[in-house]
Design a protein around this ligand. Structure first.
Ligand code: ATP
Ligand code: MG
Length: 479
């Protein structure tokens, strides 16, 4: 399975994006509503303050005494400032802080109050008193200034800001929790689709299984939803892959059957060719030398072809998984016998066996396992020069038995190694042909080892070629 490419920054999951998006949206909306509301309310409050200022100013400039306020001082709101400067007298100012006569303003405060722009209400700061909405009225006989503290408006404004901040924070928390819960529910079906895909990847599709029983559940394959479309597409793809695998398996079976049938059918005519060649050579003593040589060739080639046909038939049987006869097989015996035969056939090689005391048994097919050892020894003899030392080692390894055939010959061509166990893979073709090799020996070895659920490995470099076969001691039943 290919892994997702690793980038420097991990990509954002859908859940994270949705949650952050919703939170950001709620934050923006909250701040917008809060700002507009607070601003509007503040403007409204200031307007009311201004109209009160103007009302008091009207009274001050038109009232009979020019020094008192309608309704008496009890009606005064705290923070009212009145400054009057009539007929060139020293300006007098007073600040009312709730009911009572009020407090006189200092000269500096009076000066600051009178410095406000004329005939309009504006915001000024009076030292020691704070911020005021102030209006100054100048007439021919004097000056009057009226102002009201904005402290209440400020307090209301900040209270409102606080309330909005709290409400927005609460809304953000709710939105985040809601988005987490919603995405979790919305993405759950996607999780089930992923689980199905993961189960499919565990199927042994490369070897054996061609049926894909896994499908995305119907609830997650309804094309009316987005996840359903993914689910439905995966189901269609699985169906497609399954039918392609079945078709391929059928055609492979056909080829296999054909090879098996053809090999089988070739056995009889080959036996006849060989038999007649032999017979002709025996019964006619007067044959010319050339004819005798030709008959010898016909005989040897038919023997070679019979071996090839037998190998093909053997591979076809192993492919079909039939014909294996399982029993208790004593490997030390098989190995010593095979090395004995190899020594008889090639005394010019140095043969050695390293094996424990018998018995060392595995559950397997006696004839096939014998074939494995024979093929490996034949290679160590055929593809190495005279004088090569061949060591066959047999050892126990837990629940397995390990057979190693090592030689110090010239090694296997590195280009050949990756395909060594494939059919008809052989090195140096001209030489191989001369020695009658077909390139099926190791393919048979691999197929037999595979049928026993074992493992074969090769490591080769000049001077050290090593085939390692690992076989389970107990028969592994196919799952
Ligand atoms: N011990 C070895 N040393 C060097 N080369 C080897 C050795 N064993 C195998 N090979 C190479 O691997 C090739 C494949 O071996 P394999 O046994 O499959 O076929 P073969 O020996 O050529 O033919 P046959 O079907 O008669 O066994 C050989 O042709 C040879 O080039
Ligand atoms: Mg061989």
């Amino acid at each position: 399975m290919t892994e997702a490419p690793r980038t420097a920054r991990a990509p954002w999951s859908i859940r994270r994006r949705v949650v952050l998006g919703v939170v950001a949206l709620v934050a923006v909306v909250g701040i917008l509503i809060g700002t507009v509301s607070v601003f509007a309310l503040r403007q409204n409050l200031l307007q009311r303050l201004d109209s009160q200022v103007q009302e008091v100013m009207r009274f001050v400039t038109s009232g009979p005494g020019g020094g008192s306020v309608p309704g008496g001082s009890d009606n005064l709101r705290s923070g009212l400032v009145i400054v009057v400067d009539v007929d060139g007298a020293d300006p007098a100012g007073v600040v009312y802080d709730g009911p009572g006569p009020g407090t006189a303003l200092t000269d500096e405060q009076i000066e600051q109050a009178l410095a406000a722009p004329k005939n309009q209400v504006s915001t000024i700061t009076i030292p020691g008193l704070g911020t005021y909405r102030m209006e100054v009225h100048r007439a021919s006989n004097g000056v009057a200034a009226v102002g009201m503290s904005t402290s209440e408006v400020d307090t209301t404004t900040w209270t409102l800001v606080g309330i909005f901040a709290l409400v927005t924070a609460g809304a953000l928390l709710l939105a985040a929790l809601g988005a987490v819960a919603l995405t979790r529910v919305a993405l759950r079906p996607l999780g089930r689709v992923t689980e199905t895909a993961a189960r499919v990847t565990e199927l042994q599709l490369a070897s054996g299984d061609v049926a894909i029983p896994e499908r995305v559940p119907t609830a997650e394959a309804d094309p009316r939803t987005e996840v359903g479309q993914v689910g439905a597409a995966i189901n269609r793809m699985l169906g497609h892959v399954e039918s392609a695998l079945v078709a391929r398996q059928h055609s492979e079976e056909k080829v296999r059957r054909f090879v098996a049938d053809a090999s089988h059918e070739l056995r009889t005519p080959l036996a006849s060719i060989r038999g007649y060649a032999e017979l002709t050579r025996r019964i006619d003593d007067d044959l010319p030398v050339d004819a005798i040589r030709s008959l010898d060739r016909i005989e040897s080639e038919s023997i070679r072809m019979t071996a090839l046909v037998e190998d093909l038939l053997e591979l076809a049987r192993l492919d079909e998984g039939q014909g294996l006869v399982f029993g208790e097989v004593e490997l030390v015996r098989i190995v010593t016998d095979a090395v004995g035969d190899a020594y008889a056939a090639a005394p010019d090689h140095d043969w050695e066996v390293v094996a424990p005391e018998p018995p060392l048994t595995v559950e397997g097919d006696q004839a096939r396992l014998h074939q494995v050892v024979v093929n490996l020894l034949a290679n160590a003899h055929r593809h190495t020069p005279e004088g090569t030392a061949v060591t066959v080692t047999l050892a126990e390894a837990g629940d397995d038995v390990v057979l190693t055939v090592a030689d110090d010959g010239p090694g296997i061509d590195p280009e050949l190694q990756p395909i060594l166990f494939e059919r008809f893979a052989r090195g140096d073709t001209s030489r191989s042909r001369a020695t009658g090799s077909t390139g099926l020996g190791l393919a048979i070895v691999a197929a037999v080892v595979d049928a026993h659920h074992g493992e074969i490995r090769v490591e080769s470099r000049p001077g050290d070629t090593r085939f390692t076969v690992r076989l389970p001691r107990r028969r592994v039943l196919a799952d």
